[in-house]
Design a protein around this ligand. Structure first.
Ligand SMILES: Nc1nc2c(ncn2[C@@H]2O[C@H](COP(=O)(O)OP(=O)(O)OP(=O)(O)O)[C@@H](O)[C@H]2O)c(=O)[nH]1
Ligand SMILES: [Zn+2]
Length: 310
């Protein structure tokens, strides 16, 4: 029988079958993926074939090809990866101008990584009820910027249910990963959006996982009208993606566009003569904040360091 993996708590996977049942499953056989050494061969969002046994649990016997997936390194020094989620239609990044402030560097790093994974992103500006005039003006400027580059934006107050219906509509029929720094209102927004009954069914017994830390595992929640939200607790960004230095510029859409006119094909847009990107920044055709974020990502590459925060 075919099913969708909606929760992963260590060795057990919760699979929602086509006939609407939710079944606890284990893996049978070897599911090692080509090219990545992963701590979890199957992830939330995977479509699998299961074989149900007499006790009402099941074995996962097959996994369908993924359209995409996001991974993070299991730990800083580890070569192993952890798959956070598979088969995403989109990501929504919740950001706040204040209380706490989400930096444009964080936003841009997230966007660039999503580009690398080929997952479309939308930005949710939350806590609009708390902003003063300056905050609001700055928010609107950012919304202009990101909308122009090609990232749709929502203005929301999750606490007061303002703008949440628009977000809800956009979740219909899609698998959406929800991210954001701690404190931006992710839980508040999920509570505002999810139908009540989901919260109950979302509470699955951790009977098989006593004493395990289940908080870093992803979970999918069904939304009204079909579709799912994926929540990855404790994960702010995406984890690192192994990008080459010359690749970074590909994942900043507007920088990539201008780079076609740079004098040198391998231009890193730092100090090379005839750089069309720097020229565009000087003429305010590319936003300075985006350029700074780009340089920030390049610096990481130079120093070869891994940023735990991302
Ligand atoms: N004024 C205002 N406060 C909000 C809004 N949304 C959330 N908050 C508050 O912000 C604080 C953090 O909200 P949470 O929903 O717990 O944030 P979170 O992103 O889930 O945080 P973590 O659990 O740390 O990941 C709480 O005190 C919320 O009441 C909003 O739209 N407006
Ligand atoms: Zn250049």
């Amino acid at each position: 029988m075919k099913g969708l993996v909606i929760k992963n708590t260590g060795s057990w996977y919760l699979v929602k079958t086509e006939d609407g049942r939710t079944i606890e499953c284990k893996i049978k056989g070897n599911f090692r993926l080509k090219g990545i050494r992963s701590t979890n061969p199957i992830a939330v969002g995977d479509y699998v074939q299961i074989i149900i046994n007499n006790e009402g649990t099941a074995f996962i016997s097959e996994i369908e090809d993924r359209k995409n997936y996001i991974i993070r390194r299991a730990s800083n020094l580890s070569k192993q990866s952890h798959i956070l989620a598979a088969n995403l239609d989109q990501c929504m990044l919740i950001v706040t101008i204040n209380y706490p402030e989400t930096s444009t560097i964080f936003i841009d790093r997230f966007l660039a990584t999503a580009e690398a994974y080929r997952v479309p992103v939308k930005l949710i500006f939350n806590k609009i009820d708390r902003y003063n005039e300056d905050d609001t003006r700055y928010m609107d400027a950012l919304i202009n910027l990101y909308t122009y580059i090609g990232y749709p934006c929502f203005k929301v107050s999750a606490l007061n249910n303002i703008g949440t219906d628009e977000v809800k509509k956009d979740l219909k029929g899609k698998v959406t990963l929800l991210s954001g720094n701690s404190g931006v209102g992710k839980s508040t927004l999920i509570n505002a959006i999810l139908p009540e009954q989901t919260l109950k069914t979302g509470e699955i017994s951790d009977y098989h996982n006593k004493g395990m830390h289940t908080t870093t595992f992803s979970e999918m929640f069904p939304v009204d009208g079909g579709g799912y939200i994926i929540d990855t607790p404790g994960i702010k960004g995406f984890g690192t993606f192994d990008m080459e230095e010359e690749e970074v510029g590909h994942y900043f859409k507007e920088i990539f566009e201008y780079s076609a006119q740079c004098k040198y094909g391998n231009c890193t847009h730092r100090h090379e003569p005839g750089c069309a990107v720097r020229d565009a920044v000087e003429k305010h055709l590319i936003s300075e904040s985006r350029y700074i974020s780009y340089l920030n990502m390049l610096e990481d590459k130079e120093e070869g360091k891994y940023r735990a925060a991302y």
